[in-house]
Structures are given as C-alpha cells and as structure tokens.
Ligand binder design. Structure first.
Ligand code: DGY
Length: 328
C-alpha cells in the first residue's frame, strides 16, 4: 500500500506525476480559510509532508499524529518549527546544494542593479523620461575591484565569492561561525570579525539562515558602522535584518543603496516605505526562481521524502544531529 503524503504547494506536472506514482497524494495549494478543514483531515492521515511557502507551526504539525518525515522545497527551513519536529524525532529534509549557483546569480544581479542604478534608469527610459544624456547625478559606481563582505559563508556564499573574485576581481572578506579554508584558498578570502567587515566593505551581503541567533543581526548599530558609500544586499531572510533601521539608513544617506530579495513580510505590503526609495532595488524573493533550478528543487525534495520515509536521512536532513535514529 502506498504511503499517504500531503503536498501543500503547486508543482509542475512531471514531478507531480512522479510523486503520485510513489505515494497516495493529497494536494492543497497552501492553507486558507476555505480549504483548512479538508487540509487538517488530510494532515491527520499523512505520513509525509512536502511543499514550501507555508508556515508549519507546532500547532499545525501537532495535528499530524502519523507524520514520519517532512520535506521542504527550499534550502531555508525557517517555515518549520524545527525543535518541535526534532522533539517528535521527525526529520526535516531540505534542498541544500541544488540552488547555490542560481541564488548566487540573483545576488550578483542585485549587486549590479544597485551599483549601476539599473532598475531606476531602465524605468526612466520606459516611462519616457530619458530627455538628455546621462550626467553625474545619475552615474552609478563600479563593482569590479571593490571589496565584498559576506556575512555567512555557506554554500551560496562560496558561489557568490567565486563570481565576485574570479569574475570581478573583488577582494573578499567574510565572517562565519567556522573559517572556510576552501574560500580562502580558492578566492583569497579573508576571515574577519563582523565589525571590521561592516566598516571596510564596499558591498555587504547577508547570507545567514534565519535562526534565533541571527534574527535582527543587522540593525541600526550595524548600518551606522558601514561606509556612507556601502551597498547592502540581503538575499537570506527578511527578519535577519531590522527593516525599519534599513529604511532609515537608506533615507538618511547612512548607506548608499540596498538590494533586497527578502523582506520582513512577504509579499511586501503596499504601504512599505521601501517602495518609494530610488536607492532600494526590490526583487520578489526570486533567489532560486529559474525553471531549471525550481524543477531540480522539486525533484530533490521528492527524493528526500522517499529516502526519509525509508529511514535514510544521510543526505539533506536539516535536523539530523537532533534526531535519534539508527539508520543515518
Ligand atoms: C529557499 O530555498 O530557501 C529560497 O529562499 C526559496 O524559499
């Protein structure tokens, strides 16, 4: 008999068929008022969960008594109450590795767009406001040769450092829980403390996961330490920074510009002051959003679920160290 799996995000037809061949699938496109009761009925039966972009609190997960494994179609695990899952010895699988290069590409797009004012100037052309040749009031700044500071040198940080150092001759400095010998060897990256990174980088990119320790990691004090010419990039999670402090820093000229792919509240509320700032480039959380990579992520999440339900959490398990299991 096939195991029961609840899919809570729309996925392309081909992986959907694959999932249906493997499991008995109940599908819901997120949770809302109209489907909540049917969702909870399916959850009560589910042995596996797979999806993304929905908050899986302990209240919701508590209504899944038969749950054996959860698989998020993302590298970030912050949608799940991980301590709660661990307390029930349930693995949370995630799509580590498959999106590193695509996300690093997106971050580089934010770096280029902010430095060269690409969105602001492209809009000027489209809106018929290009009336004279561009002068210094609209000039951007160079990216090549500038110092890039990376806060959180994980897999995506490494892919970003590669682009920046090999492609744009950028000196790289980073802070991280552990020193990364590979980044130091391959890209001559320097391991520095956060204060010196903030004070001396031209571009500062946050790439830490959202945890209790990283919530609000960059706030008023940190923005105040940055150069007035600094460009700040966030492609991790909105809550890793204090968004109000960033808005203040951008509007008061404490820093030059910011490129953001993530926000405290997503989608960005209509009244967010960020929308009125020319020096803020805003992307709608598209770090990994290419056809190729999203397909790889879905297939990776399906593989992860198959393995986890089979008791194999050797690869891509976010809470492996917290679990008590013999077959790892
Ligand atoms: C991820 O994989 O965590 C991306 O941010 C998409 O949510």
């Amino acid at each position: 008999m096939k195991k029961k799996v609840l899919l809570y995000k729309r996925i392309p037809e081909q992986p959907l068929q694959r999932l249906k061949n493997l499991f008995e699938v109940s599908f819901f496109d997120g949770i809302n008022e109209s489907n909540k009761s049917a969702f909870l009925d399916a959850l009560a039966e589910a042995e596996g969960l797979i999806g993304a972009s929905t908050n899986m609190s302990s209240d919701i997960l508590g209504q899944a008594p038969r749950l054996k494994a959860a698989s998020t179609i993302s590298v970030g695990t912050d949608q799940y109450d991980l301590p709660y899952l661990s307390s029930r010895n349930i693995p949370l699988m995630h799509t580590a590795n498959v999106l590193n290069d695509t996300t690093a590409d997106t971050i580089f797009a934010l770096i280029m767009c902010t430095a060269r004012r690409a969105v602001e100037l492209a809009n000027m052309v489209k809106e018929g406001r290009w009336n004279r040749s561009i002068d210094e009031t609209l000039f951007g700044i160079d990216v090549h040769g500038k110092t890039l500071g990376i806060i959180g040198m994980g897999r995506i940080g490494y892919a970003l450092a590669k682009r920046a150092h090999l492609g744009f001759d950028m000196p790289i400095q980073y802070c991280n829980r552990n020193q990364r010998e590979d980044a130091e060897r391959d890209f001559n990256a320097s391991y520095v403390d956060m204060e010196s990174l903030l004070k001396t980088s031209d571009f500062i990119c946050v790439l830490t996961p959202l945890t209790e320790e990283t919530k609000g990691l960059v706030g008023e004090n940190e923005f105040a330490m940055m150069k007035n010419s600094a460009i700040f990039i966030n492609a991790s999670r909105g809550k890793v920074i204090d968004e109000a402090a960033l808005i203040n820093a951008l509007s008061q000229g404490v820093i030059r510009a910011a490129g953001l792919d993530v926000f405290e509240i997503e989608p960005l509320p209509a009244d967010s002051p960020l929308r009125n700032l020319d020096n803020a480039v805003l992307f709608p959380h598209i770090g990994s959003a290419t056809t190729e990579t999203r397909l790889k992520m879905v297939n990776c999440a399906i593989d992860n679920l198959v393995h986890a339900l089979d008791g194999d959490i050797s690869k891509n398990c976010a809470n492996k160290k917290q679990l008590n299991t013999t077959k790892q």
